[in-house]
Design a protein around this ligand. Structure first.
Ligand SMILES: [Cu+2]
Length: 127
């Protein structure tokens, strides 16, 4: 039947496309070939460190719903507070302290700032 054959072709095409996307993504996720990759980012990939009134990394990429650890290595208290429609907020993190929050479950870019120091900004990329 004509309709069923078309559907079969379509799903084969879709499968091929999916396989290609998986291949491309796998290649993109491979660690850099240089010997200068940072060991710290491998040990704690889902972590934001606050130091010298700045967030590191400035932009963190995580999977949806990831529990992100925030470490405050400054001598002042800080927060990680979503600037946009997202509602994550660590509240006050004392100097030397750490806390965790759950990243949004929807893919997207989520800028955040410190409630006490609005000039401190960073971004969470979920996806
Ligand atoms: Cu701050």
């Amino acid at each position: 039947m004509h309709v069923r054959r078309s559907a079969g072709l379509l799903s084969r095409a879709a499968m091929t496309r999916t396989a290609l996307v998986v291949l491309v993504l796998s290649a993109a996720c491979l660690p850099p070939a240089t010997a200068h990759s940072q060991p710290a980012s491998r040990v704690s990939p889902d972590r934001i460190v606050i130091k010298d009134f700045g967030f590191s990394p400035k932009r963190l990429r995580v999977a949806p719903g990831t529990v992100v650890t925030v470490v405050n290595k400054d001598t002042d208290p800080h927060t990680v507070t979503a600037s946009g429609s997202a509602n994550f907020d660590t509240g006050r993190i004392v100097p030397g302290g750490s806390t965790r929050f759950t990243a949004p479950r929807t893919h997207g870019d989520y800028p955040y700032r410190c409630d006490f120091h609005p000039f401190m900004s960073g971004a969470l990329t979920v996806g």
